[in-house]
Design a protein around this ligand. Structure first.
Ligand code: ADP
Length: 288
C-alpha cells in the first residue's frame, strides 16, 4: 500500500518535471524549477539505488511476484490465502493441486480478471493491482493464456483465429498477413492454415490457441489445464511445444492435474491446497 503511494508520488513528480523540462531560458533563476530538478535528481538516484539493491539480492531476474496475496469471495470463501510466489525470467513452473485449491484464482489474479482482497502482485516491476482500466489491454497482451477448451472461433480458419487477436488490437492488415503465417509455422500448422478450426483435432486446436496467445510476443504464457481434453500423443506434443516456447525466453506457468506430465517435466512445481501454497520444489513431483 505504502509503495503504491510512493509510486503515485513519483509519477506525479515525473509529470511535473517533464513539463518544466520543456522550459528553456530563464529557468535557472526560478527557485521552484531548481527545486523540481533537485527532486528529479533524487528520484533518479532512488531508482538507481533500488535497481542496485535488487542486483545485490539476486532479484533483478524477477518477473512475477505475489506478495502475501489473498482473495476472499462472498460467503467467506477464501480462494487464496497469503500466497507469496516469485517467478523469474526463463522459468517453467507447474501449478498443481486438487480441484478447488485456488489455481484458477491465482491465474485470474495474474491476468487481472480479479483483484486481490489483500497483498500485491508485481509484474515486470509494476504493481498490476493498481493498473487502470485503460492500461489493462496493454498488460494482457504481454500475458498470453491458453485453456483446456481452446476457446476458438469454430467457423473461422486457423489463419482467421490467429489474425483475430491482432485485429482487435488494431494491427494493420499488412502486418497481420506477414505475422500470422510465421506464428502458425512455429506451432507446426502451416499445412492446416486454411482449415476451419472445427475440422481440427484436439491437439491441432490447442496449437492454434497457442499461436493466438503468442501473437503479441508475451513475456508470460499461462496454460490452464491445456492437455485436459487431449489424448496422450497430443498431450506430449503440446508439452514439447510449451518447452520450445519456454526455451525462446517466455515464462510458462502450467496449471495441470496431469501427474504423469508434471513428474516427467522435472521442473519447478508449486503445489496449492485450500488456497495456500503448500509446496514449492525446484525439480518437483506431483504430490498430493
Ligand atoms: P482450482 O482452480 O484449483 O480448482 P479455484 O481457484 O477455481 O480452484 O477455486 C478456489 C475456491 O474458490 C473454491 O472453493 C471455489 O469454489 C471458490 N471460488 C472460485 N471462484 C469463485 C467465485 N467467483 N465466487 C465464489 N467462490 C469462488
Amino acid at each position: 500500500m505504502m509503495m503504491a503511494k510512493d509510486k503515485n508520488e513519483a509519477n506525479k513528480e515525473e509529470t511535473t518535471l517533464s513539463k518544466t523540462d520543456s522550459i528553456e531560458d530563464g529557468t535557472k533563476d526560478n527557485p521552484d524549477i531548481q527545486n523540481n530538478q533537485e527532486i528529479k535528481k533524487e528520484a533518479r538516484a532512488k531508482v538507481a539505488k533500488s535497481a542496485e539493491k535488487d542486483k545485490d539480492e539476486g532479484r533483478e531476474h524477477i518477473v512475477i511476484e505475489f506478495k502475501n496475496v489473498s482473495k476472499k469471495y462472498a460467503h467467506g470463501v477464501v480462494a487464496a490465502e497469503k500466497c507469496s510466489l516469485i517467478i523469474k525470467i526463463g522459468e517453467f513452473v507447474s501449478l498443481v493441486g486438487p480441484s478447488g485449491a485456488g489455481k484458477s484464482t491465482l491465474i485470474r489474479l495474474l491476468t487481472c480478471e480479479e483483484r486481490p482482497s489483500e497483498g500485491r502482485i508485481v509484474v515486470a516491476g509494476r504493481d498490476i493491482t493498481a493498473l487502470k482500466p485503460n492500461e489493462l489491454p496493454y498488460y494482457r497482451r504481454k500475458v498470453g493464456i491458453i485453456f483446456q477448451d481452446f476457446k476458438l472461433l469454430p467457423k473461422k480458419t486457423v489463419f482467421e483465429n490467429v489474425a483475430f487477436a491482432l485485429e482487435v488490437a488494431g494491427v494493420p492488415n499488412s502486418i497481420i498477413n506477414e505475422k500470422v503465417p510465421k506464428i502458425v509455422e512455429i506451432v507446426g500448422l502451416t499445412k492446416r492454415i486454411k482449415a476451419l478450426s472445427e475440422e481440427l483435432s484436439g491437439g491441432e486446436k490447442q496449437r492454434v490457441s497457442i499461436a493466438r496467445a503468442l501473437v503479441h510476443e508475451p513475456r508470460i504464457l499461462i496454460a490452464d489445464e491445456p492437455t485436459g481434453n487431449l489424448d496422450p500423443v497430443s498431450t506430449w506434443e503440446i508439452i514439447e511445444l510449451l518447452f520450445k516456447i519456454n526455451r525462446q525466453g517466455t515464462i510458462v506457468l502450467l496449471a495441470t492435474h496431469d501427474k504423469e506430465v508434471v513428474d516427467a517435466l522435472q521442473r519447478r512445481v508449486v503445489t496449492m491446497r485450500d488456497g495456500k501454497i503448500i509446496g514449492d520444489q525446484e525439480h518437483g513431483k506431483y504430490v498430493l
